[in-house]
Each structure stands twice: as C-alpha cells, then as structure tokens.
Unconditional design. Structure first.
Length: 424
C-alpha cells in the first residue's frame, strides 16, 4: 500500500521538524542564486515564521530568465523543463541528477499509492518534451518497474489499438483527452468496458470537476485519480489522490504548502479557500521559496483514513487568473462544467464564448450532446436546452445562451484543453 511507509506515515511532529530543517537548508541553498542572493532572512525558528519570507511569482521567474534562479554550477544541471505558458518569455526550470532522482521517486510513490504495480502495463498518453507530464511519469513508472509505453498524446485509433492489444491496465492522460478518446471506440466497434483490461487512469495537468472524473470512471469502468503538479516545483508528483479519493496529499517531505488570501497575502487557516503557495524543500538546482501557484484550493483539515500524514488539498477550483467577470458576476469555468456534466444527456465536451453586445456581456455555452439525444426530436432538444439554462442560472446567477452541438464536433487540442474564448 505504501511505497515508503516510514516517510508517508511519518508522525506529524517529526515531519514538521524535518520541514523546518529543510526550509532552512533551502534558504541557504537559494542564496547561491542571483535572485535570492540578497535574501534578508538567514533562517527561521518556526514553521509559522515562513510568512516572514517574501513570496516569489511567475513574473520573477520570467524576469530572471534564463539563469537567475540557478543555485548550482551549470555543469551539475542535467535537465531543463519549461512551463506550458503560451505567451511571453517562457519560464525554465533546472534539475540536478539528485533532483531528478527525488522527482521520479515521488511519481513512483504516487502511482504505487493508487495500486499501480510491476505486473501492470502503463500507457503514458501525456506529452513528452518540455512539458513535464510525459517525461516525469515515464521515469517514475520505470523506477516502479512497470512496463511503460511512451506513446504520448494524439492518434486516437493507434492509442486504442495499443490499449487493446497490449492489455494496458493503467493510463496517464489529460481528463479532456480521456473524454475525446472515448468518442473513437464506437467506430472501432470496441467496448472499453468489455474489450479492454484498463483499471486505472491517472488524470491531471488541467482543472477538471468531480463530475468529469465520474464520467471518465463510468465510461471506461475504471478508477480515475487526480494528480496535481506544476513545472516550477518539478512537474507532476507534487500532490496526488490516494484510493480514498478525498483530496490530494501534498508530498510534504518535499514541498511546504500554505494557502494565502490572494488580495491581502495573509496565510489562511485550514479549510479556507485561497491561493496555494509552495516552497521546495529538497531542490538543489532551483530552490523556490513561497511560490504563488495562482491555483485556488484549501487545505483539508483532519486525517486521511489511508494513514498518510501528509496534508491534503482539495480539488483545484481553477486559477485565480481564470476567473471570469460577466456583468459584474464572478464565475469560474469549473462551475459551468460541474453543472452541465451532471446532466446525463450531455456528451464529452463544451466550450464557453463571451462577447460584448450592447454594452452587456453575453455568455454562450456550446455543449456536445449524446448521439441519441442529438438524433431526437426538436422539442426534446429544446427541453434539454431549457433545462441547462435553468440549472446554470441557479448556479451562476446569470442567464447564459446555450447551443447544443453534435458529439465530437467542438475543437480539441493535443495539449491542455482550451475551453474559454473571451472576445471582449
Ligand atoms: O501540468 C504538471 C502536470 C503534468 C501535473 C501531468 C499533472 C499531470 P504545468 O504545465 O507547469 O505543469 O502546469 C501547471 O496546471 O499550476 C495548475 O493550474 C494546472 N494543473 C496541474 N494539475 C492540475 C490538476 C503540469 N490536477 C498548472 N487539477 C498548475 C487542476 C491542474 N489543475
């Protein structure tokens, strides 16, 4: 059940003692970089005192491109990754051999926690390259000792061919792609529940609601576990759901989590929602202190029945820069997703468009519906459309326009899903 029982179930007092020690090590290590060389604080005496250290932002990483955060000799760096941002200067992250070893160990730990074992067949459907999803899991899976198929995303028919003939039991996949892939099975006359050996999907890298997770579980007849991470910390392997599926354990022996109010920057107590701030505890090449992830979540109070003592965060609600303001009302795209995906007639994809019309913001939701529903009568479709509008009005406090479209007709990408188009 545990990859490293002693570390995963470490007594909290001891875990916190080690965290304090590691934060002080991180401060010393970070001072070797030009960005942190002027850090005023040498050490802290309690975990609470971490609040005295300054926050670090994505902007800082950008401004220091390429080497401003590097804290070791360049010769010790064996790998670079870059974050998925599509605009502006990229942010780059460096790793020493030991950083990579620790990272792959955390992936192995995460996979083991949800039941992946050596006798599984693992199809890694995440992108390889600068993105951390593919390569990150690849080395972790190999460390665990599971046969790994480095197929990457795309070419859905070939994916399915491998799934079927190699008897793949575990996939690592973007939740949006898991839903799109499903639309290809019919054509190939394959029933994913009967004709495949699939048991587990590891899903992450983009916000997704519990409704989307349930949908993936039901369509494929499997368990889907949420995996969270970001390139700045390493990539995937920062926080992972255990089989309880009740929040994601932050691997606290390597990352120190805080939740802050994004306006006042004050640290919030457990249970309150805010922005996740992370400090690396063991990174050599690129230690980062109090990094503002922009991801909104909360620390879940109480112990997890799985026995792990590392605290859990709740499912990511979105990034605080994702929030839409529609005629003064604050909306997160995930609220729309939760509402529509709970309606059984709804298919596997949706898209949100926002426009200005007569000085007012208009929200248009295009949503795919199941094949049978789409072939149904006009009045059935109108009834469904009204139902979606009513449910969204209740959730959002505004009346959207809704357009029902055919299954697999909305645009998709090989990478993270882009579902919001703001034309204002
Ligand atoms: O997406 C790392 C990753 C790869 C995580 C594979 C999980 C699986 P970046 O490309 O740097 O790294 O993007 C990080 O993606 O700050 C979140 O906004 C979002 N994100 C990642 N995982 C989740 C998740 C990888 N499980 C950014 N739920 C993060 C919601 C997620 N959002």
């Amino acid at each position: 059940m545990y990859w490293e029982k002693d570390l995963e179930t470490l007594d909290r007092k001891e875990l916190e003692r080690r965290q304090l020690e590691q934060i002080n090590w991180t401060i010393r290590q970070a001072r070797n970089s030009s960005f942190y060389s002027g850090l005023k604080i040498n050490r802290i005496d309690s975990l609470e005192a971490i609040q005295d250290l300054p926050l670090t932002t994505k902007e800082d990483l950008r401004n220091q491109f390429p080497y401003g955060f590097l804290a070791v000799d360049r010769e010790r760096v064996i790998r670079l990754h870059s974050s998925s941002g599509t605009t502006g200067k990229p942010t780059v992250v460096f790793h020493t051999r030991e950083d990579i070893d620790r990272w792959q160990n955390l992936i192995a730990r995460s996979m083991y926690a949800v039941g992946v074992r050596k006798n599984d067949v693992f199809q890694n459907i995440m992108g390889y390259g600068l993105f951390t999803g593919g390569i990150g899991f690849h080395y972790g899976a190999e460390l665990l000792g599971v046969m790994t198929i480095p197929i990457g995303p795309g070419n859905s028919k070939r994916q399915i061919w491998f799934l079927k003939h190699l008897r793949t039991s575990v996939v690592h996949i973007l939740p949006s792609y898991a839903l799109r892939l499903y639309t290809f099975f019919d054509e190939l006359n394959i029933d994913p529940k009967k004709d495949l050996n699939l048991k587990i999907a590891l899903i992450g890298a983009e916000p997704h609601s519990n409704e989307i997770r349930k949908k993936i579980e039901e369509l494929y007849g499997i368990k889907a576990y949420n995996s969270y991470g970001l390139s700045e910390m390493c990539g995937p392997g920062v926080a992972f759901e255990c089989t309880q599926q009740a929040g994601l354990h932050v691997w606290e022996d390597h990352f120190y989590p805080e939740i802050i109010d994004p306006d006042s920057m004050q640290v919030l107590p457990e249970g309150e929602e805010g922005e996740l701030v992370l400090t690396t505890l063991s990174r050599e090449a690129m230690p980062i202190i109090r990094y503002r992830t922009r991801d909104l979540t909360s620390l879940i109070p109480g112990n997890c029945p799985c026995g792990r003592t590392h605290r859990r965060i709740s499912r990511i609600k979105g990034r605080n820069d994702d929030m839409l303001i529609i005629n003064g009302v604050n909306i997160f795209p995930i609220q729309i997703e939760r509402t529509v995906m709970a309606i059984p007639e709804i298919g596997n994809n949706y898209l949100i468009e926002i426009r200005k019309k007569d000085y007012m913001d208009k929200l248009l939701l295009k949503v795919e519906v199941n094949e049978q529903v789409f072939q149904g009568t006009l009045s059935e479709l109108e009834k469904l459309q009204r139902k979606i509008i009513v449910e969204l009005r209740e959730e959002l406090d505004l009346t959207p326009e809704v357009k029902l479209v055919e299954s697999a007709s909305l645009p998709v990408s090989d990478g993270k899903a882009k579902r919001v188009y703001d034309f204002r």
